[in-house]
Write a protein that binds this ligand. Sequence first.
Ligand SMILES: *Cc1c(COP(=O)(O)O)cnc(C)c1O
Length: 394
Amino acid sequence: MTDKEYIEKAEKNLIHTYNRYQIVLEKGDGVYLYDVNGKKYLDFTAGIAVYALGYNHKAYNDALKDQIDKLMHTSNYFYSPVLGEAAEKLTNASKMDRVFFTNSGTEAIEGAIKLARKYAFLRDGHTDHEIISMNHSFHGRSLGALSVTGNAHYQEAFKPLIGGVVFAEYNNLESVRSQITDKTCAIIMETVQGEGGIYPATEEFIHGVRELCDAHDILLICDEIQCGMGRTGTMFAYENYGIKPDIVTCAKALGCGVPVGAFGAVEKVAKALVPGDHGTTYGGNPFVLAAVSKVFDLFEEQKILENVKEVSAYLEEQLDALKDKYDFIIDRRGMGLMQGLECSIPVGPIIQKGLENGLILINAGTNIIRFVPPLIITKAHVDEMITLIQKCFV
Ligand SMILES: *Cc1c(COP(=O)(O)O)cnc(C)c1O
């Protein structure tokens, strides 16, 4: 079949929720992807911050094949050898005491919301608790996750959403403080805002929010679905600030390609959920947990965090040089291998030209080019990207 035929077949049968690029990807290797015509692409998107270890990783693939041959699914009424192993690696990495595995980031957010509400309910018996979320945040598309997503455009047609959600300005502590009432049970925020335009929390803001939470017995939920799993140079981005949330959500690079997410919590919060409160058929089955467990091992073996620290410093330098060279680039910001170039023009055409030139990039909003490459990239890959991207600026 030709790429046109693949595209037609998909478009004829799918609900049209995505304007996809007219490219049919077939396989990947390292930080490169190949389409069905054999064209090669340098990938600085990693399936939206998912493929941290790169494509076609032999040890990762072997671990999954091995698990497929044993058992892929058990239901959550049974244990499997890999269940405790993966959970322990995630609790150690996140500094949380307990975790619950989900199938996606959205479901991790749903679980976090339910956990926060249950914790508050056990404390005061009320059923009208409020959650403070941030403008320009993104937490997912299910009705609960959408309700805490600070983007009116995504919400409008799907109302009524869940109640008890109010919004504050990100990186504006006064704005958060002004939304606190005696009903507030949680504050949810991305440690580094992703879809909203690559905005890291300021030191002052995240410490201020932590203090407000402590003072008012409010739970801090850090959404680390995009910025977690090593992307910022620490396993979780909040480690960069020396703070610890009460609840963490994680997904994207957690399984490096298999659909898996998780929410974790500190002991006093985690124990609010008891049998019957929450569940999932697939969530954390042996197949995805074999991936999760292997991912943590490979992060250590390949010294991923060290690589992120080293290469991201170089990437920042090179992006700053682009900013100095081109007038339409107004800002460079980000943390580790999660970077954004804010432009004074829409970046859609640049990304389109990137594809023509064999470079995969993604936007974050209309005017920001987002860089979320596999965490195994080298300085040579950065150089290659910088050369390619400049071909798209003309
Ligand atoms: C991607 C993302 C989500 C949603 O995760 P899905 O796996 O797409 O459901 C939630 N929060 C953040 C910060 C994300 O980047």
